[in-house]
Design a protein around this ligand. Structure first.
Ligand SMILES: [Zn+2]
Ligand SMILES: [Zn+2]
Length: 110
C-alpha cells in the first residue's frame, strides 16, 4: 500500500472543513469541521482533517507535520511553524522564525 496520502483536488480550505475524500469525489467529501491541520509534504501541500480522519491519517499515511487548527490556519500568507505547532501570520514577530508554507526552511536549527 502506498504510504503517501492521495492529495487529490484543491479544496476550499477557508471553510475549515475536513478534506478527506475517498476516491477524491465530491460526493465522498467528509465535510466535517476540521480540527487538525496536516502538512503532507515539505513543499507545502497541506490539508484539513476532523478527529476521526486525523486518526486515519496517523494510521495510514506519512506526513511532514500536523497541529490543531488555530485561528491563523489557512489564512492567506500564513506560515507553517514547526516549532510552535501552529500557523502564524506574517504580521507576528514569531513568523520571522517560522517556515513559510511556500518554501522549505532555510535556517539551520541551533
Ligand atoms: Zn473527516
Ligand atoms: Zn495550521
Amino acid at each position: 500500500m502506498d504510504p503517501f496520502a492521495p492529495l487529490g483536488r484543491t479544496m476550499d480550505a477557508g471553510r475549515l472543513q475536513c478534506s478527506y475524500s475517498p476516491g477524491d469525489l465530491p460526493a465522498n467529501d467528509c465535510g466535517a469541521q476540521a480540527t487538525w491541520h496536516i502538512l503532507w509534504t515539505p513543499a507545502g501541500d497541506a490539508g484539513l482533517a476532523c478527529d476521526p480522519h486525523m486518526a486515519t491519517a496517523r494510521h495510514r499515511f506519512v506526513f511532514t507535520d500536523s497541529h490543531p487548527v488555530g485561528v491563523d490556519c489557512t489564512m492567506p500568507g500564513s506560515a507553517w511553524s514547526f516549532d510552535e505547532k501552529r500557523c502564524v501570520c506574517p504580521g507576528e514577530p514569531t513568523a520571522l522564525a517560522a517556515a513559510c508554507v511556500a518554501g522549505i526552511p532555510t535556517e539551520e536549527q541551533p
